[in-house]
Design a protein around this ligand. Sequence first.
Ligand code: CA
Length: 233
Amino acid sequence: MMKRERVLIVEDEPAVARGLEYALKEEGFEVFWARTGAQAIEITGRQQPDLITLDLRLPDMSGYDVCRALRTQNHRQPVLMLTARDEELDKVLGLELGADDYMVKPYGLRELISRIRALLRRAYGDLAAPSADQVQRFEGLEIDLTRLEVRLDGNAVELTPTEFRLLRYLSARPNVPVSRSGLVEAVWGYESDVNSDRTVDVHIRHLRQKIERDAANPTRLVTVRGFGYKFQG
Ligand code: CA
């Protein structure tokens, strides 16, 4: 029998949590529920869920703090952040925070479940495996596909797993424009929508700050106006 995947719902509103729990159980997931940040951290340590959906506003602490605490304790499960306001997007996807994806409330349950499946595939499925035993070298920039390391002018650059996948996908296609929706499907593993296109832009901006010598005038990750991006090789 296939192992059932286990999802921890962190949500202080019982009605929202119950709706989500019901939908996930219908889909065959095993579900845990935490109402507070402290419970979320405790249950994660005890049950080791495969994925965590994390409400941003909790009674005892913010979802940001929960996420940070989990990462500090070396919990690496994918975290899907659920926010009520999309101006928080930038912070949610913030570099040091470690959230993997986000959705803005109110979200559709079907959409949420497809995000959860995509995150699980990315984290535990074939997309998690390194693609090849090789190092890509461009002028000043080295991308080590085996060790998942990037160096700019010889200095190690810290990328999040999502940033690395995004860079790897683009750098494997030098000078070829890739649409935002193409990137969403290839890197995030689901069909694009308005929010996910913005997600791409935020991650590109972060990547530029890390791998461009001058992030304001990018020469490597170039915008293709009205379409997407290309990696200048
Ligand atoms: Ca809440």
